[in-house]
Ligand binder design. Structure first.
Ligand SMILES: [Zn+2]
Length: 265
């Protein structure tokens, strides 16, 4: 029996419209109406750029921002690790609180701390692809470099942990129009989040907790960080202070934590 064939990649309506507009506007550059064509091209590029800078938008391709709302489930996602200073304590805390999470790992961090990456999987958590180097200019890379960056992380994570991720999260959630076909070609799906605590920017645990629990409901995907975690005034990674009350708030609403699982494409 032959392997299942993945459906062809399809651009979103916004991307299809942009391609059509380009054809018309480029032809218009050679007519007296060229200023209008130039303006239309500039506006289209601005719109595509804005869509890529909005982490939760689905204008450039499918983007998971929440789980099914009908289920009493919340997905904790923890980005940028593994980090030997923070991740072991996070794993112990999650065990103690009987919670599971999805760790969006950076490939080069997994290469540096392979035993820790394997420990994440051994403790029953999921691993996601957060690119090989977490480059700050990820969202301006062309298709070939995007593909290299993501497939290198995919190979690193699979070789070291034995698990090939199903989900990809863009560095800082920023992306461009080339990402969706690249992910499709690699068999990955894009996940962002419902809400985040901005826990890389503030060590105020109360504020981070409030951001994560305001309107907390079934289906939420919450974003936290182990590597790059801001420190509390006592010098503790803020995530460690936030997890116990966050899990208490999740339980108080009758919700339970789940991992991000692969879904049919
Ligand atoms: Zn990140």
């Amino acid at each position: 029996m032959s392997a299942p064939v993945r459906p062809r990649w399809r651009p979103t309506p916004l991307v299809q419209a942009s391609v059509g507009l380009h054809a018309v506007a480029l032809a218009g550059l050679f007519t007296p109406a060229w200023p209008w064509s130039l303006g239309a091209l500039a506006a289209d590029h601005a719109l595509l750029t804005a869509a890529g800078l909005w982490p939760r938008s689905s204008w450039l391709g499918p983007n998971l921002t929440h789980l099914p709302r009908a289920l009493p489930q919340v997905a904790l996602t923890i980005d940028d690790g593994p980090d030997p200073q923070v991740t072991p304590a996070v794993l112990d805390l999650l065990d103690e609180l009987q919670a599971v999470a999805t760790f969006f790992c950076i490939g080069e961090h997994v290469q540096r701390h392979p035993a820790l990456a394997r420990e994440i999987v051994r403790r029953g958590h999921a691993i996601g692809n957060h690119s090989q180097h977490h480059r700050h200019h990820f969202s301006v890379l062309g298709p070939a470099r995007l593909r290299r960056e993501i497939s290198a992380a995919q190979d690193t994570l699979a070789d070291i942990t034995g698990v090939r991720p199903a989900w990809f999260r863009a560095p800082a959630g920023l992306r461009n129009v080339f990402l969706d076909p690249v992910l499709h070609g690699l068999g990955l799906q894009l996940a962002s989040w419902t809400r985040r605590g901005f826990d890389t920017r503030t060590g105020d645990a109360t504020l981070v907790l409030r951001r994560l629990t305001r309107h907390l409901s079934g289906g939420d995907i919450l974003l936290l960080h182990d590597h790059h975690a801001a420190r509390t005034p006592q010098g503790q990674p803020v995530l460690l202070e936030v997890l116990p009350p966050l899990l208490a708030a999740i339980r108080a609403k009758g919700l339970q934590t789940v991992r991000l699982e692969p879904v049919g494409q």
